[in-house]
Design a protein around this ligand. Structure first.
Ligand code: A2H
Length: 253
């Protein structure tokens, strides 16, 4: 972060089935549309390892009409940015079909593009910022310490977080190997640094920094079409491949 725009990959996670708290209202309002949750990521090469997706339970989201067929679920802020980045049919125009709180989206089943697990559930994450990206964060617990710590919290206290334990049951998968931290860098760091929960902000920030640098500079792909390649080479190739397949698009802010 700092100078210049941040280049995200906007991942199109297609709706499979609304959770009980969003259906039947959204079902009715979005009938006949293709609906996508849009996750903003800086690590497109890790998408093979998605196990779930996160939204902020207190955050306001909307269903935005993008063109004749497609509707995106994200924050209003992100929808406006996209409308000026050539994502919408009509430049600058944002039409909100429905509003929805993050908490209502929890339990929704969506597709995970490029994921080994083809479908994943939407789960709550308290630390999602409404002011960054799309407000939707796809979860890769193998490579993101934040994603892993939150997943462990959710598993420990499923009832408190009002989730079905089955929604958080997919296991982290090896995606990238690094010399210093093996095949599952995020779980390894969380254990080594004795991080207890997603509330351990200072240690998690440090773990995030290590995982990002180590993964980028020393990581090797373990899966996918660029298996065996250094992450530094694979990253943009995976991104280009996903964009060409219509699974993702460029999103900057
Ligand atoms: B990353 P930066 Cl595997 N609130 O994607 C909190 N976090 C958000 C967010 C928001 N509104 N929007 C995006 N993010 C997350 C993958 C990943 C990410 C891995 C490892 C590290 C990592 C899978 N989650 O990010 O502050 C998204 O998670 C660590 C840098 O704009 C996005 O990339 O630099 C990243 O944070 C963007 O963070």
């Amino acid at each position: 972060e700092g100078v210049g725009p941040q280049e995200y990959t906007g991942l199109k996670m297609e709706l499979v089935q609304w959770g009980a708290l969003a259906a039947p209202e959204l079902d009715a309002k979005l009938q006949g549309k293709r609906v996508f949750f849009i996750a903003a990521t800086l690590r497109p090469e890790t998408m093979y390892g998605q196990t779930n997706c996160y939204v902020g339970p207190q955050i306001d989201y909307g269903a935005y009409e993008i063109n004749d067929t497609d509707v995106f679920i994200c924050t209003e802020r992100a929808a406006r940015n996209m409308a000026f980045q050539g994502v919408t049919a009509e430049r600058g125009r944002v039409h909100r079909i429905a509003g929805v709180k993050g908490a209502q989206l929890v339990g929704t089943l969506i597709k995970a593009p490029n994921g080994h697990y083809p479908e994943v559930y939407v789960l709550p994450m308290e630390t999602v910022l409404a002011t960054k990206g799309t407000g939707v964060v796809t979860s890769v617990p193998s490579d993101s310490p934040d994603d892993y710590a939150t997943l462990m919290d959710l598993r420990k206290k499923a009832e408190y977080y009002k989730i079905d334990p089955a929604w958080a049951s997919l296991e982290p998968l090896p995606v990238i190997s690094t010399p210093g931290y093996g095949d599952l860098i995020a779980p390894t760091l969380v254990k080594q640094m004795k991080i207890q929960s997603a509330k351990d902000k200072v240690q998690l920030a440090e773990a995030k920094e290590i995982a990002y640098k180590e993964g980028f500079y020393s990581g090797t792909m373990l899966v996918g079409n660029f298996k065996g390649l250094p992450v530094q080479e694979a990253k943009n190739q995976v991104r280009d491949e996903m964009m060409a397949a219509g699974l993702a698009f460029a999103y900057a802010e």
